[in-house]
Unconditional design. Structure first.
Length: 517
C-alpha cells in the first residue's frame, strides 16, 4: 500500500497481518519501521494486544478491606482551614471532606463507594491512611467521563484545580508509591491523553517521569505551572488564563530528552546514598553477588551453557529469591509450558520432589502476584514480546524480565545476525527505559562439545550478543564423577570487571543449586 508516513505512491509500505509489524521499503526516502504498538500510537489509538487472549496469568490478587468510618460533625474549623488555602466551603463539601478523630479525612471513591481514606493532621504536616485499603486516585469517580486525565501531586491540588474549573485526580500516597497505577489501570487505560501537573522543581519532575514511563510517553504531557503547584497558584492569585495558557503549552514527554546537567544533580546524590541503586539488588547466590555486586536496573544479563547444564533451573531459583525480596518478575519461557516450570519452582520452594496440594498452595501463596507469566510457548516476534513486556512494566512495575530462550525469537533469516544485534539493542533500551533487569537465556553454537567449558564466544548467534550485554554467566555441568556437580563462571562484568568461577552442588530432590563453602 502507499506509505502512511512519507506519502510515497510506489506502494512500498507493508504491514504484517499476523504480527502488525510494519515497514516502508522506500529506504532512501523514508525507511520507517515499527511494531503494531507503534502503529496504533501514531494514530492516537489506545495500544492493545493483537488478540483477545489474556497473556498474563496472575496466581493471586491482593484482597483489600473496605473502610468502616463515619465522619464527626463538620464545623467551621474545617472550612477555615481550607479558606487559608483559598479553597471554598462549597469545594470542601463537593469532595465530601470530613473530620475523623480530630484529623482531616479525604475519602477516595470508586463507583460511589469509599474504598480508601487519607488523613491529614490539623496542626502539623502529618499524613496517614486507613490501613489495608485499596490505594486509588483521589477524585477518580468525578473524572470518568473526561477526555483528558489530569494528574496532580496532592489532594489540595485537586481541590485547587476544581476552583480553576479543572477536573483532576491526585496520587494517594505521595510520588514515591506507584501502587495506584496497577489498582487504577483499567480507569487510566481509557485515556488517550494524560496531563501531569507536578511540582515545578527537580524532585517533582523526576517523580513525574517515573510515572510517565509506566503510563506511556505516547500519551503524557508535562504542564509547567508558574508556581510550585496548583494550590500555590491559587494562594498567590494566579489567574485562570495563566493556568490555561500553561495547559495549552504542555510539552510532550518524548520531546523533553534534552536536559541541562543540573537536572541530574540530585539523582547523582541519591545514587551515592542508595547502595541498592548504586550496586544493584542482592543476588540469591552470595559468591556471585560478590563478583557482580548485585543486579542493577538498566542492565542485560546473558545466561548460557550446554543443554542440561541447569540454565532454567538457576534462573527459576533466582526468581524465587527475588520474589522473597518483594520484587515482581515476568517469565517468558518459550520452551516449556507454564505448568511444567511452575511445578519445578514449587519443588524448589518446598524443597521436595513429590508435592501434595497443600505444598503447591503454599508455594503459590508465596509467589502471589509477584510472578507474572507471559503465557506463550513456541516462536514469538520481538514486536509482540516487547509490547507485552512494556505493558507488564507499566502496569505491574515488574523489575525482572526473563526470556528463555533467544532461539525462539523470530528473525528474518536473510538478515538474522543484524536483527539479533538490533534485538540486543532493544533489550538494553527496554531495561534502561523501564529501570528493570533483563535476563536472556542463550544456547551454544552447533559443534561445541558438551564436555567443553562454554566460553562467551560459544554463544549461538552474532558476537554482538555478548558485546552489547552487561553481564555474561555460563553454567557448566561436570559429566565425570567429581567432587562438585556444576560450575558457574562470570565471563563479563561491565560495571566492576571482576571475573571468576563458582563451584555448585545440585540437589536432584530439591531441584536447587547451592554454592561450595
Amino acid at each position: 500500500m502507499n506509505c502512511i508516513f512519507c506519502d510515497d505512491r510506489e506502494k512500498k509500505f507493508a504491514i504484517n497481518l499476523q504480527t502488525g509489524a510494519w515497514k516502508c521499503f522506500h529506504l532512501n526516502k523514508c525507511g520507517a519501521v515499527g511494531s503494531w504498538f507503534d502503529f496504533m500510537k501514531h494514530f492516537n489509538d489506545k495500544p492493545m494486544r493483537l488478540d483477545g487472549q489474556d497473556n498474563f496469568k496472575i496466581p493471586q490478587q491482593r484482597i483489600y478491606k473496605k473502610p468502616d468510618i463515619k465522619s464527626d460533625k463538620v464545623d467551621d474549623r474545617l472550612y477555615d482551614y481550607f479558606l487559608k488555602r483559598k479553597i471554598s466551603k462549597d469545594t470542601v463539601k463537593y469532595f465530601k471532606i470530613g473530620i475523623i478523630n480530630n484529623a482531616i479525612a479525604f475519602p477516595h471513591f470508586e463507583n460511589k463507594e469509599i474504598v480508601f481514606v487519607k488523613y491529614r493532621a490539623f496542626d502539623e504536616k502529618k499524613f496517614w491512611n486507613e490501613k489495608d485499603c485499596k490505594p486509588i486516585l483521589f477524585n477518580m469517580d468525578n473524572c470518568k467521563d473526561e477526555s483528558i486525565l489530569n494528574i496532580v501531586e496532592g489532594h489540595f491540588d485537586v481541590m485547587a484545580a476544581h476552583e480553576y474549573g479543572i477536573k483532576a485526580v491526585s496520587v494517594p500516597n505521595g510520588t514515591a508509591d506507584l501502587t495506584w497505577i496497577e489498582t487504577c489501570w483499567d480507569f487510566i487505560d481509557r485515556f488517550q491523553k494524560v496531563y501531569l501537573y507536578f511540582d515545578n522543581d527537580p524532585a517533582g519532575q523526576d517523580a513525574a517521569e517515573k510515572i510517565v514511563k509506566r503510563l506511556g510517553e505516547w500519551r503524557c504531557y508535562n504542564v509547567l505551572l508558574p508556581e510550585k503547584d496548583l494550590n500555590d497558584c491559587l494562594i498567590k492569585g494566579v489567574w485562570d488564563e495563566a493556568i490555561k495558557e500553561q495547559i495549552d503549552n504542555a510539552v510532550e514527554y518524548n520531546l523533553t530528552a534534552l536536559k541541562k546537567a543540573e537536572h541530574f544533580r540530585n539523582q547523582v546524590k541519591e545514587l551515592n546514598k542508595d547502595v541498592l541503586k548504586k550496586y544493584g539488588y542482592e543476588i540469591g547466590f552470595s559468591k556471585l553477588n560478590g563478583f557482580l555486586k548485585g543486579w542493577r536496573e538498566g542492565e542485560v544479563t546473558i545466561i548460557h551453557g550446554h543443554n542440561g547444564s541447569g540454565k532454567s533451573t538457576y534462573i527459576s531459583q533466582e526468581i524465587l529469591f527475588q520474589i522473597g525480596k518483594d520484587f515482581k518478575c515476568c517469565m517468558l519461557s518459550l520452551e516449556m509450558l507454564p505448568k511444567r516450570y511452575l511445578n519445578w519452582m514449587c519443588n524448589q520452594y518446598c524443597k521436595k520432589e513429590n508435592l501434595k496440594d497443600e505444598d503447591i498452595d503454599q508455594a503459590f501463596n508465596f509467589m502471589g502476584d509477584k510472578l507474572i507469566i507471559f503465557n506463550r510457548v513456541g516462536e514469538i516476534s520481538k514486536e509482540e514480546m516487547f509490547d507485552t513486556f512494556k505493558f507488564a512494566a507499566r502496569k505491574y512495575n515488574v523489575k525482572y524480565f526473563i526470556l528463555d530462550s533467544l532461539m525462539r525469537v523470530k528473525f528474518d533469516n536473510r538478515y538474522e545476525l543484524n536483527e539479533q544485534k538490533n534485538f540486543l539493542d532493544d533489550c538494553k533500551n527496554f531495561a534502561m527505559e523501564y529501570e528493570c533487569h533483563f535476563f536472556l537465556i542463550a544456547h551454544p553454537r552447533k559443534g561445541i562439545s558438551d564436555n567443553s567449558r562454554p566460553e562467551k564466544s560459544d554463544i549461538l548467534g552474532t558476537s554482538n550478543i555478548g558485546n552489547l550485554s552487561d553481564n555474561i554467566i555460563a553454567l557448566y555441568r561436570h559429566t565425570k564423577k567429581e567432587f562438585i556437580d556444576s560450575e558457574l563462571s562470570i565471563q563479563k562484568n561491565r560495571e566492576f570487571g571482576n571475573l571468576g568461577s563458582i563451584n555448585l552442588f545440585f540437589d536432584s530432590i530439591q531441584k536447587t543449586f547451592t554454592e561450595e563453602n
